[in-house]
Design a protein around this ligand. Structure first.
Ligand code: SR1
Ligand code: MG
Length: 421
């Protein structure tokens, strides 16, 4: 905050000033503000992020909305995404417990969140690039999605509470617009924001823009995204939105939160695992690791399904969707669960297809692929990802189970690996 008490972009001195003005945060850091160690670690596309350490053991993480896209300052944005991230953390914290960072403070003038610092956690995407195995990660993420989704849905709550939240998060239109454009639409039309590995992917990019079956499938998923408010979504659950150690998993960055179809969060996460799989197909030293990565896609789904159906089964009162009073006997519950879970699985596949395609042809790419310096090799991995993404959208009826998905993805990656020079 500047002297007039209005928004300003925080630099290290600004972060020091802000934290020292909030007694609880200053006490948590400990020692004199002048001694605090502050470093900027901004890494994502949108915001600035600082890590702060004081004399005590508990560091802080400070995240501020900028009035533009951090990686494209000409792309102006309102600041309110920090408000929605704070609202998401507050709405989900009672259900996901320790699987998210604790929100310690939100400043509505600076549009700034202060959270616990996660240490020694690493961004999952970077761990996957380094071929690290995280034994709990997939189960933890599946459980996280199940708990957040079930408990914010009308299965667990009266419709009035759900509608109040739908109304609140319906305000997150700036970031929803980014998703609608970047994920659902741009890869299938010409726009200056798109980019891909030229000239190798020129033909496939043009082919996708003229592919009626693909565009129809993409539009149908778009319709589900915008018209199916099943539960509160994270809204951007890729592998850069998860921080890990071998024994702990935390979901971060809920600024894209909105109500939507539960399969959206699952689809984005699974897609990013599959992007890692295809990126590793170029690397002869990753032959073993690929098996682990692809199995995590199934493990996320299985953990989600088991936890979601268990929460539903154990629910005493229930909400206004599928009310206990009408469900009656256990076999009726099972029938409804099977139907809903099948729909979520189908959504997951479709949204995974969209995410894989947009990360290759759209504005926001992924480091897993971008780090492949040889453009021809990168294009080859990207072609594999595009082909599989298309199958997930257009032929997803062929993937009747997580095992079928894993088998097909493994085969596609193996075919790609066989072509590498
Ligand atoms: C302009 S924002 C581009 C992308 O970064 C975020 O992480 C979301 O994935 C968004 O689509
Ligand atoms: Mg993010």
């Amino acid at each position: 905050m500047d002297a007039q008490g209005s928004y300003c972009i925080l630099d290290e001195a600004g972060v020091r000033r802000h934290l020292s003005s909030v007694p609880d945060l200053a006490a948590r850091l400990g020692g004199a503000p002048a001694q605090w160690h502050i470093r900027e670690v901004s890494d994502g596309n949108l915001n600035s992020v600082f890590l702060v350490d004081g004399a005590g053991g508990d560091g802080l993480c400070v995240k501020q909305s900028l009035p533009y896209v951090r990686v494209d300052v000409d792309w102006k944005l309102p600041l309110d995404r920090a408000f929605f991230e704070a609202a998401y953390l507050r709405a989900t914290a009672p259900h996901v417990g320790g699987a998210a960072p604790a929100l310690l403070h939100y400043d509505p003038v600076l549009f700034c969140l202060v959270m616990e610092q996660l240490r020694p956690h690493l961004i999952l995407r970077r761990g996957l690039i380094e071929q690290t195995i995280y034994p709990r990660m997939a189960r933890d993420v599946g459980l996280y999605v199940a708990r957040a989704a079930f408990n914010t849905s009308g299965l667990a709550r009266p419709f009035e509470a759900v509608m109040d939240d739908i109304a609140l998060f319906a305000g997150n239109q700036t970031l929803t617009r980014i998703t609608v454009d970047l994920v659902l639409t741009d890869p299938y039309r010409e726009t200056a924001r798109n980019r891909w590995t030229r000239p190798w992917l020129d033909n496939i990019a043009a082919g996708f823009r003229g592919d009626r079956a693909l565009k129809s499938a993409a539009m149908r998923m778009g319709q589900r995204f915008l018209t199916c408010p099943q539960a509160l979504l994270h809204g951007d659950l890729h592998t850069g939105s998860v921080m890990v150690t071998e024994t702990d998993t935390r979901v971060i960055d809920g600024e894209f939160s909105l109500f939507g179809p539960i399969g959206f969060d699952l689809g984005l996460f699974v897609a990013n695992l599959l992007l890692s799989l295809f990126a590793h197909a170029c690397d002869p030293l990753a032959d073993g690791y690929r098996d682990w990565v692809v199995e995590q896609a199934g493990a996320v789904w299985n953990a989600f399904r088991d936890a979601f159906t268990a929460l539903w089964r154990e629910q005493q009162e229930g909400g206004d969707i599928m009310p206990r009073a009408l469900l009656g006997q256990a076999d009726a519950l099972r029938i409804e669960q099977d139907a809903m879970v099948a729909g979520i699985f189908d959504d997951m596949l479709g949204f995974a297809g969209l995410e894989m395609i947009r990360r290759v042809l759209g504005f926001a790419h992924v480091l897993d692929l971008e780090r492949i310096e040889d453009a021809r090799r990168r294009a080859s991995a990207e072609r594999g990802a595009l082909g599989f993404g298309r199958r997930l959208l257009v032929e997803r009826g062929a993937f009747a189970s997580p095992d079928a998905l894993i088998r097909a993805a493994r085969e596609a990656a193996l075919e790609l690996a066989a072509t590498r020079a």
